[in-house]
Design a protein around this ligand. Structure first.
Ligand SMILES: [Zn+2]
Length: 150
């Protein structure tokens, strides 16, 4: 493994604190069909944001996107780590969950170098956001490099 190009690594003590932040939020606000996931993001300066997934049976805005929006709205542009936890029953402990496809695109777009905690079977590990979405969509104008955007 190339240690520069890949961040696949173990969970750190700081990551545990982020998991606890997201878990505390979903434990406070879990509600069936409204809030099932919470995310937490640590910015490069150490600020921590946490947000709930919002939605219902058909429409969902993921916790990662809500939290990224909160951090961006506060003016942050550099991100360190993201984690999401899921809770499906009122008496269940939250568990780390991997980002969905849409979140993988959003996280990669805003913070390709951000560490993201992912579930890998029974394990939790850390990857870079850009590693979550191999061969991502690149708009034609970016491929051309001519700056022309229709
Ligand atoms: Zn998502």
């Amino acid at each position: 493994m190339n240690s520069v190009d890949s961040a696949i690594s173990a969970v750190t003590d700081a990551d545990i604190i982020l998991i606890e932040e997201a878990s505390a939020l979903i434990n406070r606000h879990w509600k069936r069909d409204q809030h099932g996931v919470a995310a937490a993001i640590r910015t490069a300066d150490g600020s921590v944001f946490s947000g709930l997934h919002v939605g219902g049976r058909r429409i969902n805005i993921c916790g990662e996107q809500v939290t990224m929006g909160m951090a961006l709205s506060a003016g942050h542009k550099e991100f360190d780590t993201c984690v999401a936890v899921i809770k499906t029953l009122a008496d269940e402990e939250p568990a780390v969950t991997s980002p969905c496809g849409a979140c993988r695109e959003v996280l990669t777009w805003y913070a390709p170098g951000m560490r993201v905690l992912v579930r890998d079977g029974t394990d939790v590990r850390v990857m870079l956001a850009r590693e979550l979405l191999p061969a991502p969509y690149i708009p034609p104008w970016e491929l051309r490099g001519d700056g022309f955007r229709p």
